[in-house]
Write a protein of this length. Structure first.
Length: 449
């Protein structure tokens, strides 16, 4: 944390200089690599917190009597109604830093019993789009993702909770595919990074310009590749599948917990199994974990129960993936943590890295979906044919000293299929009766191309 910037913020609060408080709040947040600024009124004080590497940190407080003036200042900056305090409002403003970086601030107000809460989302418009390697994709996951990018048509989905880096992954894929020979259209909400060579469009639900209508229009724009911000409903996935069937490569995000559960979600939207298997090429599940601070990294010991859990996960690791990791690392089972220093602000973490679960839709998995197999059986078959689970990917990153096991297990569940002896792939058969988690195949008419 920049002590000088923090001191400027504290001095502005003591002097009651509202414009300076707002500027110093934003400036300090940028220096701390913050993604969101929270200004929260409480009964006896107003606190400012920053979200750094996915975790909120309390920074400073100021008296509650100054809060209305701070809110008004931020509302003026982002063209919001100053006199409207009963309903939430959304706005945006642009900020240019002293070193010339352009920032987009998305401002949201929320009425509470103690006054209006403000959240400012910081978007660095000048930030470089990371490569797939920089995101943390490796081994079999990288192999399958590159295979998916080489496909002439089909649907590629990335899933995970809000803030898990799904859009960044899609941008990295677009960066690879972005050549003068192809026409790439994106329909986003909002357009987070403007990229040269892409035709990017922002949806406006208030005038009925939605993902589904935008996608239908995109098909009339002679596209080769289409990126849709999110699949939220039946209509959007219908058009996405129609696009894939008519020879387009479609990228999108969807909210599910794992790659296999995405199949259930699509099925629950009413998409029949034969359409799912003929269009979906690749499903990515991802999470972000904090990286151990390189300045204060040290070895740590873990309990026997956690060690057994890691051993079970690594025992089910596909041989192709194991071959990409140094055997000494896999056998040594050494884990690390950050002690805490000035560089990381005493938390032991600095920056974030992704862990990825990439499921390639091979013929084995296609047949199981058509046979109405359970998600457990499909996950087992996917692992036996090369898929690396979130837990396994996280355990490898922990062994390599990139993150801690605590971080990994805060975002990845233990795969139940690793706890029992894995059956050979050809021994996995469809259940005679549909289990509760089975994938239904409702009779839905084929979308018209």
């Amino acid at each position: 944390m920049d002590a000088a910037k923090l001191q400027q913020l504290q001095e502005a609060i003591l002097a009651g200089n509202v414009p300076q408080i707002v500027l110093a709040t934003i400036s300090t947040a940028l220096d701390m690599r913050s993604s969101d600024i929270h200004i929260e009124p409480e009964r006896s004080t107003t606190r400012i917190r920053y979200r750094v590497d996915g975790v909120l940190r309390r920074v400073v407080e100021y008296p509650p009597n100054m809060h209305p003036a701070v809110v008004s200042r931020i509302k003026i900056m982002s063209n919001l109604k100053i006199d409207e305090q009963r309903i939430p409002q959304d706005g945006r403003t642009a900020v240019t830093t002293k070193d010339g970086r352009e920032m987009d601030l998305r401002v949201s107000t929320f009425p509470t019993v103690n006054g209006e809460k403000i959240v400012m989302r910081i978007q660095d418009k000048s930030r470089k789009i990371p490569t797939l390697e920089e995101l943390g994709i490796a081994g079999n996951s990288m192999k399958y993702l590159k295979k998916g990018l080489d496909a002439p048509n089909g649907v590629i989905l990335t899933s995970g909770p809000t803030g898990s880096g799904k859009t960044t992954t899609l941008y990295s894929c677009m960066n690879i595919l972005n050549t003068p020979e192809v026409n790439i259209l994106t329909i986003e909400d909002p357009v987070e990074i403007q990229m040269e060579g892409l035709n990017q469009s922002q949806v406006h639900s208030d005038i009925n310009y939605t993902f589904a209508s935008g996608l239908r229009t995109a098909l009339r724009q002679d596209p080769d590749i289409i990126m849709v911000g999110e699949i939220r409903d039946r209509e959007t996935i219908d058009v996405a599948i129609e696009s894939a069937l008519t020879g387009h490569l479609v990228f999108s995000t969807i909210h599910t917990n794992s790659a296999v559960e995405t199949l259930t979600r699509i099925s629950n939207m009413g998409i029949p199994a034969y359409l799912m298997t003929s269009t979906v090429n690749l499903i990515i599940a991802q999470r972000l974990v904090r990286k151990i601070c390189a300045n204060c990294k040290q070895e740590m010991t873990i309990g026997p129960e956690l060690m057994e859990r890691v051993k079970r996960a690594l025992a089910a690791l596909h041989p192709d993936e194991a071959a990409t990791v140094d055997p000494a690392v896999l056998q040594g089972l050494k884990f690390y943590q950050g002690k805490g220093c000035d560089t990381c602000g005493g938390v032991g973490y600095f920056g974030r890295v992704g862990i990825y679960e990439v499921m390639w839709m091979n013929n084995k998995i296609r047949k199981m979906i058509l046979d109405n197999a359970s998600t457990m059986d499909i996950e087992k078959a996917a692992m036996e044919t090369g898929m690396v689970t979130l837990e396994q990917a996280g355990a490898i990153k922990a062994l390599l000293g990139q993150t801690t096991l605590e971080e990994v297990y805060s975002v990845a569940r233990e795969a139940e299929v690793t706890s029992e002896k894995a059956k050979p792939v050809n021994a996995v058969s469809a259940p005679t009766e549909a289990a509760p988690e089975a994938l239904p195949s409702p009779s839905v008419p084929l979308p018209k191309p």
